[in-house]
Ligand binder design. Structure first.
Ligand code: ZN
Length: 288
């Protein structure tokens, strides 16, 4: 089991692991592969949206609530116990949290990379996943996770860097979790046509927003429909973050597979030969 291939996903907040990599994590676990999630912040600045939750009551203990929610979601995904990087949620761009000295956005990048390198060298993943440069949707903690994730993926292999963080380990494949522009266009059109809550309400043309990756740069599409119900169960474990009118909870059944049945990645580096039209983050690893 310890020799099994491993994937480590670097995420910003509790719930991100389920939204963007819940399928690949569950599929990997089902194949007997090793899986882990590093969560950079506690999500302390999330709002309390959950049905039946009183923000005045839940708000003050939100960090604890979100820790418990992450434990449950990772359990559903078979992704082990939480691994925390130990920073505070920076809040949405332009909010006060961006200036909090304990926030991930204000973190000393060298220090943050060292912390993540320690997780990489301890878990020894073959595959490391982080976000695209826009962090998926522009949240400062996601942008920072991209920077720290990429630096740690490379620094882990260099013995002279962070020598106190463990024995050097070379990650074989590095990916950015992303969304192709074409998928955003489909969601925006379908949700608008049905009058449903949409994160894309203000989208004119997808080429005019910073979110998403041009389709030609998306190297790897993983079909996760076989574990879609489990992925949604993991997402629902983050109850405090899901308003009753949430996009995630209200997607019609016939759109669910379109919206959440694929997970998309841009491969940044691979030390092994991979097929064109790759559909598996672990492709090529058995040929080493
Ligand atoms: Zn997030």
């Amino acid at each position: 089991m310890d020799d099994a291939p491993g994937v480590l996903c670097v995420h910003a907040h509790p719930d991100d692991e389920s939204i963007s990599t819940g399928g690949v994590l569950r599929l990997a676990a089902d194949r007997g592969f090793r899986t882990a999630v590093v969560t950079c912040t506690g999500g302390e600045r999330g709002e309390v949206f959950g049905a039946g939750m009183d923000p005045a009551e839940v708000g003050p203990r939100l960090p604890e609530v979100r820790r418990e929610e992450l434990v449950r979601a990772l359990d559903v995904l078979g992704a082990g116990p939480p691994r925390w990087l130990g920073y505070r949620d920076s809040g949405m761009a332009g909010t006060d949290g961006n200036d909090d000295p304990a926030s991930f956005w204000r973190a000393d990048v060298d220090e943050a990379v060292g912390r993540l390198v320690a997780h990489v060298r301890e878990f020894r993943p073959d595959v490391l996943v982080t976000y695209d440069p826009y962090g998926g949707y522009g949240h400062p903690d996601h942008v920072q996770a991209h920077r720290v994730g990429l630096l740690a993926a490379e620094a882990s292999a260099v013995p002279a860097l962070y020598p106190q963080a463990g024995e050097a380990w070379r990650v074989v494949k590095v990916y950015l979790a992303t969304i192709p522009k074409s998928a955003i266009a489909v969601w925006a059109r379908e949700l608008a046509a049905r009058g449903l809550p949409s994160p894309f309400e203000d989208v004119g043309h997808v080429d005019h927003i910073p979110m998403g990756t041009p389709d030609e740069h998306v190297t790897t599409v993983v079909d996760v429909r076989a574990v879609l119900d489990i992925k949604m169960t993991a997402l629902r474990a983050h109850a405090s973050q899901l308003a009753p009118d949430s996009f995630f909870l209200n997607i019609p059944d016939d759109l669910r597979a379109t919206a959440f049945g694929a997970e998309w990645f841009a491969r940044l580096r691979s030390d092994v030969v991979v097929p064109d039209g790759e559909d598996d983050l672990f492709a090529g690893l058995d040929h080493r």
